[in-house]
Design a protein around this ligand. Sequence first.
Ligand SMILES: CC(=O)N[C@H]1[C@@H](OP(=O)(O)OP(=O)(O)OC[C@H]2O[C@@H](n3ccc(=O)[nH]c3=O)[C@H](O)[C@@H]2O)O[C@H](CO)[C@@H](O)[C@@H]1O[C@H](C)C(=O)N[C@@H](C)C(=O)N[C@@H](CCC(=O)O)C(=O)O
Ligand SMILES: Nc1ncnc2c1ncn2[C@@H]1O[C@H](COP(=O)(O)OP(=O)(O)OP(=O)(O)O)[C@@H](O)[C@H]1O
Length: 448
Amino acid sequence: MTDPRQFRRFRFVRHAYAEGVAELVYAFDDGEELIERITFPAAPALPAGREAAFAAALQLLHLIVGVSYYKAGVPEQIVVEGELPDQDTAELLDDLYLHGLAEFAYRNGLDLRGRIRFPHNGRRAAVPPALGLASRTLVPLGGGKDSLVSVEAIRQIGVEASVVWVSHSPLIEACAERTGLPQLHLQRELAPGLFELNRLGGWNGHVPVTAINSAILLLAALIYDYDTIAFSNERSASAATLEYEGQAVNHQWSKGYAFEQGLQQWVRQHLAADLSYCSLLRPYAELAVTRAFARLGSAYFDVFSSCNRNFRILGPRPADRWCGQCPKCHFVFLALAPFMPKPRLLAIFGRNLLDDESQTAGFDALLEYHDHKPFECVGEGGEARAAMHALGQRPEWREDALVARFVSEILPQLDPAGLAMEPWLQASSEHQLPARLLPALAVIQGPC
Ligand SMILES: CC(=O)N[C@H]1[C@@H](OP(=O)(O)OP(=O)(O)OC[C@H]2O[C@@H](n3ccc(=O)[nH]c3=O)[C@H](O)[C@@H]2O)O[C@H](CO)[C@@H](O)[C@@H]1O[C@H](C)C(=O)N[C@@H](C)C(=O)N[C@@H](CCC(=O)O)C(=O)O
Ligand SMILES: Nc1ncnc2c1ncn2[C@@H]1O[C@H](COP(=O)(O)OP(=O)(O)OP(=O)(O)O)[C@@H](O)[C@H]1O
């Protein structure tokens, strides 16, 4: 079989939807079809008047989900068989593939600039009407603290909402149960041929998975009748992981504000005047979110986890909910520590990561000390330094090995003016929330 890196063309072959199942078909050159399926359980018939929006959302889903397969070969040519997307859609995709695959390209020594050009029909979209969608919010759950903060804030303001998640995850399911809100569980089945391409030496690496989940949820909103999709992507997600040859590389690019704005604009141009795609946590840095979680999230302390090793499709999952070794475990431990009684945090993690010298390199990367920020969903280096500095002033933390090392070795090299927590706890005014969700911001911010 051909070496996947030798392929010349990546083809978007066709897409279809029937009885709650979206079928998305791809191929390289004249090779075998790669078929991904997404299932929308108990999907009702689409209400009349939504056909055009649904067709546009399904086409976007096909084009976005293709990023997982395209990356295996990164061939010169992208071919869309059937109806070509319009120019706005092609521009959104050029941006998503370039920036969403920036980490993948950097780590594989590839340069995708100038390589990704989606074909288009040269037209711009005509503005769609309102579809009369119901005033209800879909809250995507990731099993971690962020979406649970959103759930609790939304619950407190009393708007109608359901939690929704994509793919099989007992951990997310347990969190969803605990919310007590109506649940929607969507299934995603990657084409098995992708794993064969990986085995044959295809390019591999990170993909902008939030964009994939977002495209799935646009379809869900039309099918199940919701006018708002409220993700829980924080302000810190917009900060690059590193800069390389003039390009910002951000592991979390599709969680960032640029993608959120681009997709919301696309929604308003192509789907419906009354569908909102937004993020409830957009005004907040990670430290403001962990502070809110410490206050609002106690019902979830024994079920949630932010450790991404729990969410693997194939690889081994940790025996405990927190592996205790990865950047997410390190960051969440550090970012919760200033806001939670120490015994409670140690009970959540089952250990004290800040008193374990074998974790030094991991925490140094978070602090951007002798290393760059890890390729993971973690806060900015400045946030990690502010949190560590705060712990260095607390009697219960300051003698723990890594806090003591920070105080004696790293702190003297830092500008004290950059170590305050307060700026990280302030909300920014940048967000795209509909008026109905605005009161939730006061809940997240908490009492002054
Ligand atoms: C769970 C996880 O972190 N997986 C990343 C890991 O993959 P690994 O090989 O260890 O295990 P699997 O997840 O089982 O993946 C098997 C292969 O499938 C490919 N793949 C998977 C899902 C998909 O949607 N498309 C795919 O092509 C994958 O590449 C594997 O070959 O390492 C991979 C390489 O770096 C990552 O791509 C895997 O990341 C998952 C896609 C994933 O769901 N990750 C989220 C936890 C995540 O990183 N979220 C980001 C959001 C960033 C964004 O811009 O959306 C975050 O929280 O920061
Ligand atoms: N499987 C999934 N299905 C639907 N939405 C998801 C899924 N995984 C993650 N998300 C959503 O994507 C966004 C980014 O995920 P992220 O992992 O940062 O959030 P989280 O799990 O809520 O919190 P944490 O940062 O503690 O992991 C969040 O809005 C999250 O709810």
